[in-house]
Design a protein around this ligand. Sequence first.
Ligand code: NDP
Length: 246
Amino acid sequence: MSNLTGKKALVTGGSRGIGAAIAKRLAADGADVAITYAGNVTAAEAVVAAIEADGRKAHAFQADGSDTDAQAAVVQRAAAALGGLDILVHNAGVANFAPIADDSIAQYQRQFGLNVDGVFAGTLAAVPLLSDGGRIIIIGSVNAHSMPTAGGAVYGATKAAVAGLARGWARDLGSRGILVNVVQPGPVDTDLNPADGDFAKMLVPLIALGRYGRVEEVAALTAFLAGDEASFITGATIDIDGGFSI
Ligand code: NDP
């Protein structure tokens, strides 16, 4: 269990799925939380209301994470609203599974734009604002190192890219005590990858535990990495996949 009382956290893509669960969990552990979202204001407001009902401060900001200027600006807005920044969770991401014969430059740029450019721009803006001893946590994917189906080349490459960035940033920021880690989920039940979808029929037999992950399980690992007990973990890529990639 981590105690994040007094910490200020920003979660990108916090309106739905894994990001919403992370935002709520960090707040339940005591943090004030800002989230970004792309377009779903109703879902974003519901997350804010849930956090406020828990007694913490919450803010939601619309920003397209693949627009590097918008991403930098929203990091600054969030830090100003929170009164500082201790924890940055890069969660917003998109996936488009298509074999190379059916792929396109547009889909390549869409995925790299959000999953990599957005992470880089957000970190660049956050570094001067983050407190010493702070945390940068990236939601990657086991597809960074494991690709059991066709069609995931570009998505996997984006997640391998952020794992590489995290290792480098862990070196760059270690002298300030800022820990940089990557949480790498396997299949998790969200709008992006519903456990009752066609893709799931192919994936579930490959998961040792025989089921999809829950967003709360990814949020628990993220909260651990945000807390004091993770004080000697940096530059790590940690799989949470029910045995999908073993
Ligand atoms: P969802 O599609 O359920 O939620 C995506 C979230 O990101 C929403 O809050 C959405 O906002 C936001 N978002 C989407 N596009 C943008 C954008 N251009 N700019 C800013 N925010 C954006 O995704 P998941 O919760 O499933 O995925 C979250 C992360 O976890 C991603 O990085 C994904 O790659 C990773 N992941 C997911 C796995 C899974 O099986 N679900 C497995 C491994 C990794 P809005 O509500 O406004 O649309």
